[in-house]
Design a protein around this ligand. Sequence first.
Ligand code: DGP
Length: 114
Amino acid sequence: MATLFERIIAHELPATIVYQDERVTAFRDIHPRAPVHILIVPAKVIPTANDIADGDEALIGHMFTVARDLAKREGIAADGYRLIMNCNAHGGQEVYHLHLHLLGGKPLGPMVSV
Ligand code: DGP
């Protein structure tokens, strides 16, 4: 069965897609935690960071260059932003299709609240 994010990538479910190429899709998070909150998702289904293979290095790098370009386009590059990848239960992962959160547009406070 397709993951939720696969269905967004295939345009089967609605989302505000801000970037798409053959390797990654970026769309706005449905529950934004900051004025800018974008998810950068590979077309390849990698469930968690634990499942990243050595051969995925270029793909993971591409996710970061897309994040960099989107930060510039969204006007948050100079002030700064945060890139987050949650893994499994203790990381707070909800969707088991790898994704990079791009958050910014305000001071984001401490890295981890305890
Ligand atoms: P994580 O906890 O790292 O797995 O984050 C999953 C994020 O995905 C969470 O911030 C909310 C977002 N999300 C969940 N379902 C949808 C959806 O249907 N559409 C969009 N745009 N975002 C979603």
